[in-house]
Design a protein around this ligand. Structure first.
Ligand code: PRP
Ligand code: URA
Length: 217
């Protein structure tokens, strides 16, 4: 899989892989049922996590094979912290944790108001020692960028200095907002879509990710 910096956005890395592109087409389809939608979000998150964690620091540790002693890598999974933005970000947790099962998980509850498109917060719980942690924030949808920007702002106020954002579908408006608000945070997206409609939905998009994941349509 290749993950390339986007020519128009210095903060955006977009994935390029036929399997990911295939799964995103299925995810978009209005005919994809809830069960399959959930499975696709999970699989896409796992595939993306492999690339998002490509620069993870590792230490060299001894290991004894049945034949002799050698050395190998050890990643400090306990320092890694996954932050799903509720609700839809929850759909990406299991996929990422299949690769890094020792990650800690914090939660940030945000809901975008339908008329203003501004996020209102209802929950915040993260593991201690934010300044020593590496955070991966997950949310399938980056639309205006208001929710992701607020979530990252809360983490920074808790002391976080090392943050990545992982979304599935990004809109140019949201990527631009993050470039302005948090230029230090790389945004990983499976696909960059065209634009937002006048209700703040991503076009072509996939609709309301939370509603499709949890059946609240
Ligand atoms: C959706 C989505 C993002 C947000 C994106 O969540 O999961 O969190 O909207 O929009 P923005 O970039 O314009 O902020 P929503 O607020 O609908 O809540 P939900 O996950 O509970 O459905
Ligand atoms: N949130 C969603 O779930 N979908 C969109 O298209 C925009 C925001």
């Amino acid at each position: 899989m290749s993950a390339n910096p986007h020519p128009d956005f210095a903060n955006l890395i977009v994935f390029d892989h036929p399997l990911l592109a295939h799964k995103i087409r299925l995810l978009r389809s209005v005919d994809t049922p809830k069960k399959v939608f959930k499975e696709l979000v999970d699989e896409i998150a796992m595939l993306m996590a492999y690339e998002v964690t490509a620069d993870l620091p590792s230490e060299t540790r001894d290991v004894r094979t049945p034949l002799e002693a050698t050395t190998g890598a050890r990643v400090d999974g306990d320092r890694m912290t996954l932050i799903p933005i509720l609700r839809a970000g929850l759909g990406m947790v299991e996929g990422v944790m299949r690769l890094l099962p020792t990650m800690r998980v914090g939660h940030i509850g945000l809901e975008r108001e339908h008329d203003t498109l501004e996020p209102s917060d209802y929950y915040y719980k993260i593991p201690p020692n934010a300044e020593h942690r590496h955070f991966v924030v997950t949310d399938p949808m980056l639309a205006t960028g208001g929710s992701a920007s607020a979530a990252i702002g809360y983490l920074k106020r808790s002391g976080a200095v090392s943050i990545q954002l992982m979304c599935i579908v990004a809109a140019p408006e949201g990527v631009g907002r993050l470039a302005r608000d948090h230029p230090d945070v790389p945004v990983f997206a499976a696909v960059l879509d065209r634009e937002l409609d006048d209700r703040g939905y991503i076009l072509p998009g996939l609709g309301d990710a939370g509603d499709r994941l949890f059946g609240t349509l």
